[in-house]
Write a protein that binds this ligand. Structure first.
Ligand SMILES: Nc1nc2c(ncn2[C@@H]2O[C@H](COP(=O)(O)OP(=O)(O)OP(=O)(O)O)[C@@H](O)[C@H]2O)c(=O)[nH]1
Ligand SMILES: [Mg+2]
Length: 333
């Protein structure tokens, strides 16, 4: 069953207001989310599923495993991660532990889900306030994610949220975040034109502490993972944040555009050298994305995917669910 917002966030005290998770409406919503994810990953799935049908349901040979490897690499799972999964499946099949196309397909889904499940995949909101830093390459969906996340935190969990516009690089970036703050109905802090990004982050956290906010989310400017000076600036923002609250940011989310394929792995590697990345937001899964990059990043870097972006609207951000994701990738129905 798909994870919901209350599975993603660790919160103190009484369960937040709202319907119970077992309520029919909630169950129906979860089923709807899964259908949507499957629909979004349709292209990859068709290619993978037909390849899987053509291989795992026939007599197994070396060629079977090679073709399965090719299909997974096509889905952006990455060579190293693919090799590990297929080796394991081949071993189990050869030893006779699993037989038949259906059992092999189920086992493949399980292995992929296990790979996607890595590290602490929840977000701890028990700090006062919890500081979330959002970083990533230009145009990967940082500002949009900050806005959607703020909306969900306020609506689904009743959290008081402050957004900090530490993307001081472009005036339009600040305005865009302000618009999201209005839509989400949360507070917004910006600096003077050309403000230092660290100073804005500092002020936003100070405002959050003063006003008793639960969560402060800091949006940052887009930067290429290859721009050393801008990557150093990001490290500086993080250090300045720690001057307000020593163990902050409590969560550093990296947005990766799922349509960029294997380049996402490189981005994740270089960003996590500049700031410790605690979670990934895989955006634009509603486009031509193949999605397998989530598995490559989880396996090679041990960074869990926490959220997925499946569109441009407020409600188009979802907690990542490894089982659903693997199932959506692999299975025909
Ligand atoms: N289809 C789709 N579009 C998205 C998603 N997330 C973001 N976008 C779009 O991608 C574009 C860039 O999003 P932004 O949130 O501005 O990205 P950013 O990382 O803040 O960009 P910079 O601040 O310029 O680095 C916008 O047009 C968003 O609407 C998603 O999950 N699906
Ligand atoms: Mg932005």
């Amino acid at each position: 069953m798909a994870r919901d917002w209350r599975d993603l966030f660790i919160v103190d005290g009484a369960p937040p207001p709202g319907e119970s998770e077992s309520a029919p409406a909630s169950q129906e919503r979860r089923r709807g989310m899964f259908r949507r994810l499957r629909e979004n990953l349709r292209k990859t799935r068709q290619a993978l599923t037909s390849e899987i049908q053509a291989t795992l349901f026939e007599d197994l040979s070396d060629e079977t495993w090679e073709r399965l490897e090719e299909a997974l690499i096509y889905a952006d799972v990455g060579a190293g991660t693919t090799a590990k999964v297929v080796e394991q499946l081949e071993r189990e099949a050869t030893e006779g532990d699993i037989t038949g196309g259906e059992a092999l397909t189920n086992r493949l889904t399980e292995l992929l889900a296990d790979i996607a499940r890595t590290g602490e995949d929840r977000i701890d909101l028990r700090h006062e306030p919890t500081v979330i830093l959002v970083a990533g390459v230009n145009g990967t969906g940082k500002t949009t994610t900050v806005g959607k996340l703020a909306w969900h935190l306020r609506n689904d969990l009743g959290q008081k949220v402050v957004l900090g516009a530490a993307d001081t690089f472009r005036a339009a970036g600040v305005e865009q975040l302000e618009l999201w703050a209005q839509r989400a109905g949360v507070e917004f802090v910006k600096g003077p034109p050309d403000a230092d990004p660290g100073a804005v982050a500092y002020d936003a956290i100070a405002a959050g502490r003063r006003d008793g906010a639960d969560v402060v989310i800091i949006d940052t400017a887009g930067r290429l993972h290859t721009q050393d000076d801008l990557m150093a600036e990001l490290s500086k923002v993080k250090r300045v944040i720690a001057k307000q609250i020593p163990d902050a940011p409590h969560e550093t989310l990296l947005t990766v555009d799922a349509t960029t394929g294997q380049n996402g792995l490189r981005q994740a590697r270089l960003f996590s050298e500049a700031v410790p990345v605690s979670g990934l937001v895989l955006t634009k899964l509603d486009g031509t994305a193949k999605g397998g990059i989530a598995l490559a990043i989880a396996h090679e870097l041990g960074i869990p995917v926490k959220l997925i972006g499946i569109g441009e609207q407020l409600e188009d951000l979802r907690p990542f669910d490894p089982d659903d994701f693997a199932r959506a990738l692999v299975t025909a129905e």
